[in-house]
Design a binder for this molecule. Structure first.
Ligand code: PMP
Length: 401
Protein backbone atom coordinates (compact mmCIF):
# COMPACT_ATOMS: atom_id res chain seq x y z
CA UNK A 1 0.00 0.00 0.00
CA UNK A 2 1.07 3.51 -0.75
CA UNK A 3 2.28 5.92 1.90
CA UNK A 4 -0.05 8.35 0.15
CA UNK A 5 -3.28 6.36 0.77
CA UNK A 6 -4.59 9.29 2.81
CA UNK A 7 -4.30 11.71 -0.10
CA UNK A 8 -7.74 12.29 -1.52
CA UNK A 9 -8.54 13.30 -5.10
CA UNK A 10 -8.61 17.08 -5.61
CA UNK A 11 -11.55 18.49 -7.57
CA UNK A 12 -10.73 19.73 -11.10
CA UNK A 13 -10.11 23.47 -11.39
CA UNK A 14 -13.41 25.14 -12.36
CA UNK A 15 -11.77 27.12 -15.19
CA UNK A 16 -8.87 24.98 -16.42
CA UNK A 17 -11.01 21.85 -15.98
CA UNK A 18 -13.29 23.20 -18.75
CA UNK A 19 -10.41 22.94 -21.25
CA UNK A 20 -9.84 19.30 -20.28
CA UNK A 21 -13.51 18.50 -20.93
CA UNK A 22 -13.34 20.38 -24.24
CA UNK A 23 -10.36 18.35 -25.43
CA UNK A 24 -12.22 15.14 -24.67
CA UNK A 25 -15.26 16.14 -26.80
CA UNK A 26 -15.09 14.76 -30.37
CA UNK A 27 -18.04 16.72 -31.84
CA UNK A 28 -17.06 19.07 -34.69
CA UNK A 29 -19.34 21.83 -33.46
CA UNK A 30 -17.56 22.16 -30.13
CA UNK A 31 -16.59 25.62 -28.97
CA UNK A 32 -14.29 26.46 -26.03
CA UNK A 33 -15.44 29.65 -24.31
CA UNK A 34 -14.04 28.63 -20.92
CA UNK A 35 -10.52 29.88 -20.46
CA UNK A 36 -9.71 33.53 -21.18
CA UNK A 37 -7.19 33.14 -23.96
CA UNK A 38 -7.25 35.09 -27.21
CA UNK A 39 -7.96 33.22 -30.43
CA UNK A 40 -7.90 34.37 -34.05
CA UNK A 41 -11.05 34.39 -36.21
CA UNK A 42 -9.94 30.84 -37.19
CA UNK A 43 -10.01 30.02 -33.46
CA UNK A 44 -6.27 29.41 -33.33
CA UNK A 45 -3.88 30.59 -30.59
CA UNK A 46 -2.06 33.79 -31.52
CA UNK A 47 1.55 34.81 -30.98
CA UNK A 48 1.90 38.55 -31.51
CA UNK A 49 4.05 39.54 -34.48
CA UNK A 50 5.94 41.99 -32.30
CA UNK A 51 6.77 39.16 -29.89
CA UNK A 52 8.15 36.97 -32.68
CA UNK A 53 10.18 39.90 -33.93
CA UNK A 54 11.67 40.71 -30.55
CA UNK A 55 12.41 37.04 -29.84
CA UNK A 56 14.43 36.88 -33.05
CA UNK A 57 16.35 39.98 -32.02
CA UNK A 58 17.01 38.43 -28.62
CA UNK A 59 18.30 35.24 -30.21
CA UNK A 60 20.69 37.22 -32.42
CA UNK A 61 21.93 39.18 -29.46
CA UNK A 62 22.65 35.93 -27.58
CA UNK A 63 21.81 37.07 -24.05
CA UNK A 64 23.03 34.69 -21.35
CA UNK A 65 20.89 32.56 -19.03
CA UNK A 66 22.35 33.70 -15.72
CA UNK A 67 19.99 34.08 -12.73
CA UNK A 68 18.06 37.29 -12.45
CA UNK A 69 18.17 39.16 -9.14
CA UNK A 70 15.34 38.17 -6.74
CA UNK A 71 13.36 41.27 -7.73
CA UNK A 72 13.64 40.46 -11.45
CA UNK A 73 14.99 42.23 -14.53
CA UNK A 74 15.66 45.91 -13.81
CA UNK A 75 14.66 47.09 -17.30
CA UNK A 76 11.39 45.16 -17.02
CA UNK A 77 10.56 46.54 -13.58
CA UNK A 78 11.13 50.09 -14.81
CA UNK A 79 9.03 49.53 -17.93
CA UNK A 80 6.16 47.83 -16.12
CA UNK A 81 5.83 50.56 -13.46
CA UNK A 82 5.91 53.24 -16.16
CA UNK A 83 3.19 51.51 -18.17
CA UNK A 84 0.96 51.38 -15.13
CA UNK A 85 1.52 54.79 -13.55
CA UNK A 86 2.73 56.81 -16.55
CA UNK A 87 6.41 57.56 -17.19
CA UNK A 88 6.08 61.08 -15.76
CA UNK A 89 4.17 60.05 -12.63
CA UNK A 90 5.42 61.61 -9.38
CA UNK A 91 5.35 58.18 -7.70
CA UNK A 92 8.06 57.05 -10.11
CA UNK A 93 10.01 60.31 -10.05
CA UNK A 94 10.06 60.25 -6.27
CA UNK A 95 11.05 56.57 -6.05
CA UNK A 96 7.91 55.65 -4.12
CA UNK A 97 7.07 52.40 -5.96
CA UNK A 98 8.40 49.04 -4.83
CA UNK A 99 8.25 46.92 -8.00
CA UNK A 100 9.09 43.22 -7.99
CA UNK A 101 8.78 40.99 -11.05
CA UNK A 102 6.34 38.15 -10.35
CA UNK A 103 5.22 34.86 -11.87
CA UNK A 104 2.59 36.58 -13.98
CA UNK A 105 -0.57 38.02 -12.41
CA UNK A 106 -1.21 34.99 -10.23
CA UNK A 107 2.28 34.83 -8.73
CA UNK A 108 2.30 38.60 -8.18
CA UNK A 109 -1.03 38.45 -6.35
CA UNK A 110 0.27 35.53 -4.30
CA UNK A 111 3.42 37.40 -3.30
CA UNK A 112 1.35 40.41 -2.24
CA UNK A 113 -0.97 38.13 -0.25
CA UNK A 114 2.06 36.67 1.55
CA UNK A 115 3.19 40.22 2.30
CA UNK A 116 -0.25 41.14 3.70
CA UNK A 117 -0.30 38.02 5.85
CA UNK A 118 3.15 38.79 7.28
CA UNK A 119 2.78 42.50 7.95
CA UNK A 120 -0.96 42.87 8.47
CA UNK A 121 -1.88 39.49 10.02
CA UNK A 122 -5.14 40.83 11.43
CA UNK A 123 -6.25 42.73 8.34
CA UNK A 124 -9.05 41.47 6.19
CA UNK A 125 -9.21 41.41 2.42
CA UNK A 126 -12.39 42.29 0.56
CA UNK A 127 -13.12 40.72 -2.80
CA UNK A 128 -15.96 41.32 -5.21
CA UNK A 129 -18.89 38.91 -5.49
CA UNK A 130 -18.35 37.32 -7.92
CA UNK A 131 -14.67 37.47 -8.76
CA UNK A 132 -12.02 35.48 -10.64
CA UNK A 133 -12.12 32.09 -8.86
CA UNK A 134 -8.40 32.00 -8.13
CA UNK A 135 -8.58 35.10 -5.88
CA UNK A 136 -10.14 32.98 -3.14
CA UNK A 137 -7.54 30.22 -3.55
CA UNK A 138 -4.75 32.77 -3.36
CA UNK A 139 -5.98 34.39 -0.15
CA UNK A 140 -6.86 31.04 1.41
CA UNK A 141 -3.44 29.56 0.72
CA UNK A 142 -1.73 32.72 2.00
CA UNK A 143 -3.98 32.63 5.10
CA UNK A 144 -5.42 36.07 4.53
CA UNK A 145 -8.99 36.33 5.80
CA UNK A 146 -11.41 37.70 3.28
CA UNK A 147 -15.04 38.51 2.81
CA UNK A 148 -17.02 39.58 -0.24
CA UNK A 149 -18.51 42.89 -1.27
CA UNK A 150 -21.58 43.03 -3.48
CA UNK A 151 -20.74 43.75 -7.11
CA UNK A 152 -23.09 42.07 -9.55
CA UNK A 153 -26.81 42.80 -9.70
CA UNK A 154 -28.65 39.96 -11.47
CA UNK A 155 -31.72 42.16 -11.97
CA UNK A 156 -29.92 44.64 -14.19
CA UNK A 157 -27.02 42.34 -15.19
CA UNK A 158 -25.06 45.43 -14.09
CA UNK A 159 -23.16 46.84 -11.15
CA UNK A 160 -24.72 46.78 -7.68
CA UNK A 161 -23.04 50.08 -6.89
CA UNK A 162 -24.96 50.86 -3.69
CA UNK A 163 -24.30 47.35 -2.36
CA UNK A 164 -20.62 47.67 -3.20
CA UNK A 165 -20.28 51.01 -1.40
CA UNK A 166 -22.24 49.80 1.63
CA UNK A 167 -20.08 46.67 2.00
CA UNK A 168 -16.80 48.56 1.63
CA UNK A 169 -18.09 50.98 4.30
CA UNK A 170 -19.08 48.15 6.63
CA UNK A 171 -15.67 46.42 6.48
CA UNK A 172 -13.22 46.92 9.35
CA UNK A 173 -11.01 50.03 8.89
CA UNK A 174 -7.73 49.28 7.16
CA UNK A 175 -8.97 46.39 5.03
CA UNK A 176 -7.32 45.49 1.72
CA UNK A 177 -9.92 46.07 -0.99
CA UNK A 178 -9.25 43.99 -4.09
CA UNK A 179 -10.36 45.86 -7.21
CA UNK A 180 -10.19 44.85 -10.87
CA UNK A 181 -8.45 47.74 -12.62
CA UNK A 182 -10.40 47.18 -15.83
CA UNK A 183 -12.48 44.49 -17.55
CA UNK A 184 -13.84 42.89 -14.38
CA UNK A 185 -13.57 39.10 -14.47
CA UNK A 186 -16.07 37.36 -14.73
CA UNK A 187 -18.75 40.04 -15.24
CA UNK A 188 -17.19 42.43 -17.77
CA UNK A 189 -18.87 45.22 -15.78
CA UNK A 190 -16.66 48.17 -14.78
CA UNK A 191 -17.54 51.18 -12.63
CA UNK A 192 -17.82 54.51 -14.44
CA UNK A 193 -15.32 57.29 -13.71
CA UNK A 194 -17.82 58.94 -11.32
CA UNK A 195 -18.34 55.64 -9.54
CA UNK A 196 -14.58 55.11 -9.22
CA UNK A 197 -14.35 58.54 -7.57
CA UNK A 198 -16.98 57.53 -5.01
CA UNK A 199 -15.27 54.17 -4.41
CA UNK A 200 -12.03 56.06 -3.76
CA UNK A 201 -13.88 58.42 -1.36
CA UNK A 202 -15.13 55.52 0.77
CA UNK A 203 -11.82 53.70 0.71
CA UNK A 204 -10.07 56.87 1.89
CA UNK A 205 -12.68 57.51 4.57
CA UNK A 206 -12.23 54.00 5.90
CA UNK A 207 -8.43 54.04 5.70
CA UNK A 208 -8.58 50.91 3.56
CA UNK A 209 -5.71 49.93 1.27
CA UNK A 210 -6.72 49.46 -2.39
CA UNK A 211 -5.24 46.36 -4.01
CA UNK A 212 -5.63 46.48 -7.79
CA UNK A 213 -5.50 43.41 -9.97
CA UNK A 214 -4.76 44.56 -13.53
CA UNK A 215 -4.75 41.54 -15.80
CA UNK A 216 -6.09 43.24 -18.95
CA UNK A 217 -4.32 46.59 -19.38
CA UNK A 218 -4.81 47.66 -23.00
CA UNK A 219 -7.04 44.71 -23.69
CA UNK A 220 -10.29 46.24 -22.50
CA UNK A 221 -10.37 49.53 -24.38
CA UNK A 222 -7.40 48.96 -26.69
CA UNK A 223 -5.50 51.75 -24.89
CA UNK A 224 -2.91 51.13 -22.16
CA UNK A 225 -3.52 54.56 -20.61
CA UNK A 226 -7.29 54.36 -20.64
CA UNK A 227 -7.22 50.97 -18.94
CA UNK A 228 -4.92 52.35 -16.22
CA UNK A 229 -7.25 55.28 -15.47
CA UNK A 230 -8.80 53.67 -12.37
CA UNK A 231 -5.40 53.03 -10.79
CA UNK A 232 -4.16 56.53 -11.67
CA UNK A 233 -7.24 58.13 -10.12
CA UNK A 234 -6.26 56.62 -6.76
CA UNK A 235 -2.63 57.63 -7.30
CA UNK A 236 -3.65 61.24 -7.97
CA UNK A 237 -5.26 61.29 -4.55
CA UNK A 238 -1.90 60.43 -3.02
CA UNK A 239 -3.07 57.05 -1.76
CA UNK A 240 -0.84 54.09 -0.97
CA UNK A 241 -1.92 51.16 -3.14
CA UNK A 242 -0.91 47.71 -4.35
CA UNK A 243 -1.07 46.84 -8.06
CA UNK A 244 -0.57 43.38 -9.58
CA UNK A 245 0.10 43.26 -13.34
CA UNK A 246 0.05 40.53 -15.96
CA UNK A 247 1.30 40.31 -19.56
CA UNK A 248 -0.56 37.08 -20.29
CA UNK A 249 -3.35 38.72 -22.29
CA UNK A 250 -2.13 42.06 -23.57
CA UNK A 251 1.14 40.67 -24.95
CA UNK A 252 -0.10 37.09 -25.29
CA UNK A 253 2.65 35.76 -23.02
CA UNK A 254 0.41 33.32 -21.11
CA UNK A 255 2.99 30.56 -20.62
CA UNK A 256 5.97 32.86 -20.01
CA UNK A 257 4.59 33.81 -16.57
CA UNK A 258 5.47 37.47 -16.67
CA UNK A 259 3.93 40.12 -14.43
CA UNK A 260 4.76 42.31 -11.45
CA UNK A 261 3.64 43.49 -8.06
CA UNK A 262 3.92 47.22 -7.32
CA UNK A 263 3.49 48.70 -3.87
CA UNK A 264 3.08 52.47 -4.03
CA UNK A 265 4.22 54.03 -0.73
CA UNK A 266 4.03 57.56 0.63
CA UNK A 267 7.85 57.77 0.90
CA UNK A 268 10.79 56.32 -1.01
CA UNK A 269 12.16 55.11 2.28
CA UNK A 270 9.06 52.97 2.90
CA UNK A 271 9.21 51.69 -0.70
CA UNK A 272 12.81 50.54 -0.20
CA UNK A 273 11.87 48.63 2.94
CA UNK A 274 8.75 47.11 1.39
CA UNK A 275 10.77 45.93 -1.61
CA UNK A 276 13.36 44.30 0.65
CA UNK A 277 10.59 42.32 2.36
CA UNK A 278 8.94 41.28 -0.92
CA UNK A 279 12.33 39.89 -1.98
CA UNK A 280 12.66 38.11 1.33
CA UNK A 281 9.27 36.43 0.74
CA UNK A 282 10.12 35.48 -2.85
CA UNK A 283 13.51 33.91 -2.14
CA UNK A 284 12.32 30.75 -0.32
CA UNK A 285 9.33 30.31 -2.68
CA UNK A 286 11.01 30.40 -6.10
CA UNK A 287 14.35 32.18 -5.62
CA UNK A 288 14.11 34.41 -8.68
CA UNK A 289 11.77 34.80 -11.63
CA UNK A 290 12.19 33.61 -15.26
CA UNK A 291 13.95 35.94 -17.69
CA UNK A 292 12.46 35.32 -21.13
CA UNK A 293 9.14 37.13 -20.78
CA UNK A 294 10.77 39.97 -18.86
CA UNK A 295 13.18 40.57 -21.73
CA UNK A 296 10.35 40.52 -24.25
CA UNK A 297 8.40 43.18 -22.36
CA UNK A 298 11.48 45.34 -21.69
CA UNK A 299 12.59 45.19 -25.34
CA UNK A 300 9.14 45.92 -26.75
CA UNK A 301 8.44 48.84 -24.44
CA UNK A 302 11.99 50.17 -24.72
CA UNK A 303 11.88 50.59 -28.50
CA UNK A 304 9.51 53.24 -29.88
CA UNK A 305 8.84 51.33 -33.14
CA UNK A 306 8.17 48.00 -31.44
CA UNK A 307 6.11 49.73 -28.77
CA UNK A 308 3.79 51.24 -31.36
CA UNK A 309 3.59 47.89 -33.19
CA UNK A 310 2.44 46.31 -29.92
CA UNK A 311 -0.20 48.98 -29.43
CA UNK A 312 -1.51 48.36 -32.94
CA UNK A 313 -1.78 44.62 -32.36
CA UNK A 314 -3.45 45.19 -29.01
CA UNK A 315 -6.06 47.36 -30.70
CA UNK A 316 -6.55 44.66 -33.29
CA UNK A 317 -7.20 42.04 -30.59
CA UNK A 318 -9.48 44.32 -28.56
CA UNK A 319 -11.25 45.26 -31.80
CA UNK A 320 -11.87 41.66 -32.82
CA UNK A 321 -13.45 40.96 -29.44
CA UNK A 322 -15.65 44.05 -29.73
CA UNK A 323 -16.66 42.83 -33.18
CA UNK A 324 -17.84 39.42 -31.98
CA UNK A 325 -19.56 41.08 -29.02
CA UNK A 326 -21.60 43.19 -31.43
CA UNK A 327 -22.31 40.25 -33.75
CA UNK A 328 -23.43 38.05 -30.87
CA UNK A 329 -25.78 40.81 -29.69
CA UNK A 330 -27.16 41.30 -33.22
CA UNK A 331 -27.72 37.55 -33.63
CA UNK A 332 -29.54 37.28 -30.30
CA UNK A 333 -31.73 40.25 -31.12
CA UNK A 334 -32.62 38.84 -34.50
CA UNK A 335 -33.29 35.25 -33.41
CA UNK A 336 -34.90 35.72 -29.99
CA UNK A 337 -38.63 36.36 -30.13
CA UNK A 338 -39.15 36.56 -26.34
CA UNK A 339 -38.43 40.28 -26.04
CA UNK A 340 -35.57 39.75 -23.59
CA UNK A 341 -33.27 42.74 -23.21
CA UNK A 342 -29.81 41.68 -24.43
CA UNK A 343 -28.22 45.13 -24.24
CA UNK A 344 -26.16 44.10 -21.20
CA UNK A 345 -23.84 42.28 -23.62
CA UNK A 346 -22.87 45.58 -25.24
CA UNK A 347 -22.41 47.33 -21.88
CA UNK A 348 -19.87 44.73 -20.75
CA UNK A 349 -16.19 45.23 -21.57
CA UNK A 350 -13.12 43.05 -22.10
CA UNK A 351 -12.70 39.41 -22.84
CA UNK A 352 -15.77 38.08 -21.07
CA UNK A 353 -19.51 38.27 -21.14
CA UNK A 354 -21.49 37.30 -18.09
CA UNK A 355 -24.63 35.91 -19.65
CA UNK A 356 -26.79 35.39 -16.58
CA UNK A 357 -27.14 31.68 -17.49
CA UNK A 358 -27.38 29.63 -14.29
CA UNK A 359 -25.60 26.34 -13.65
CA UNK A 360 -28.30 24.10 -15.19
CA UNK A 361 -28.51 26.37 -18.24
CA UNK A 362 -24.71 26.39 -18.57
CA UNK A 363 -24.81 22.60 -18.40
CA UNK A 364 -27.31 22.61 -21.28
CA UNK A 365 -24.92 24.78 -23.29
CA UNK A 366 -22.23 22.14 -22.87
CA UNK A 367 -24.20 18.91 -22.94
CA UNK A 368 -26.53 19.74 -25.80
CA UNK A 369 -24.62 22.35 -27.78
CA UNK A 370 -20.96 21.44 -27.06
CA UNK A 371 -20.28 24.99 -25.90
CA UNK A 372 -17.75 24.82 -23.07
CA UNK A 373 -17.93 27.59 -20.48
CA UNK A 374 -17.62 28.08 -16.73
CA UNK A 375 -20.70 27.14 -14.69
CA UNK A 376 -21.22 30.70 -13.48
CA UNK A 377 -22.52 31.69 -16.94
CA UNK A 378 -19.31 33.37 -18.10
CA UNK A 379 -18.30 33.05 -21.75
CA UNK A 380 -14.96 34.13 -23.15
CA UNK A 381 -15.59 36.18 -26.29
CA UNK A 382 -11.87 35.91 -27.06
CA UNK A 383 -12.55 32.28 -27.99
CA UNK A 384 -15.45 33.14 -30.29
CA UNK A 385 -15.35 33.84 -34.04
CA UNK A 386 -17.77 35.89 -36.16
CA UNK A 387 -18.62 32.65 -37.97
CA UNK A 388 -19.77 30.99 -34.74
CA UNK A 389 -21.91 33.85 -33.36
CA UNK A 390 -25.20 32.63 -34.79
CA UNK A 391 -24.63 29.10 -33.52
CA UNK A 392 -23.82 30.49 -30.08
CA UNK A 393 -26.93 32.69 -30.13
CA UNK A 394 -29.08 29.60 -30.89
CA UNK A 395 -27.45 27.76 -27.98
CA UNK A 396 -27.99 30.66 -25.56
CA UNK A 397 -31.63 31.19 -26.54
CA UNK A 398 -32.35 27.46 -26.25
CA UNK A 399 -30.66 27.28 -22.85
CA UNK A 400 -32.54 30.28 -21.44
CA UNK A 401 -35.99 29.05 -22.40
N1 PMP B 1 -6.45 38.29 -12.39
C1 PMP B 1 -7.51 38.14 -13.17
C2 PMP B 1 -8.75 38.91 -12.84
C3 PMP B 1 -7.46 37.31 -14.28
O1 PMP B 1 -8.53 37.19 -15.04
C4 PMP B 1 -6.27 36.62 -14.56
C5 PMP B 1 -6.17 35.73 -15.75
N2 PMP B 1 -7.22 34.84 -15.95
C6 PMP B 1 -5.18 36.81 -13.70
C7 PMP B 1 -5.31 37.65 -12.63
C8 PMP B 1 -3.85 36.17 -13.83
O2 PMP B 1 -3.46 35.51 -14.93
P1 PMP B 1 -1.92 35.18 -15.14
O3 PMP B 1 -1.45 34.49 -13.91
O4 PMP B 1 -1.87 34.34 -16.35
O5 PMP B 1 -1.24 36.48 -15.33
Amino acid sequence: TSRFEGVTMAPPDPILGVSDAFRADTNDLKLNLGVGAYRTEELQPYVLKVVKKVENLMLEKGDNKEYLPIEGLAAFNKATAELMFGADSPVIREGRVATVQGLSGTGSLRLAAAFIQRYFPDAKALISSPTWGNHKNIFNDARVFFSEYRYYDPKTVGLDFDGMIADIKAAPDGSFVLLHGCAHNPTGIDPTREQWEKIADVIQEKNHIPFFDVAYQGFASGSLDEDAASVRLFIERGMEILVAQSYSKNLGLYAERIGAINVVCSSSDAATRVKSQLKRLARPMYSNPPVHGARIVANVVGDPTLFSEWKEEMQLMAGRIKGVRQKLFDSLLEKDKSGKDWSFILRQIGMFSYTGLNKAQSDNMTNKWHVYMTKDGRISLAGLSLAKCEYLADAIIDSFH
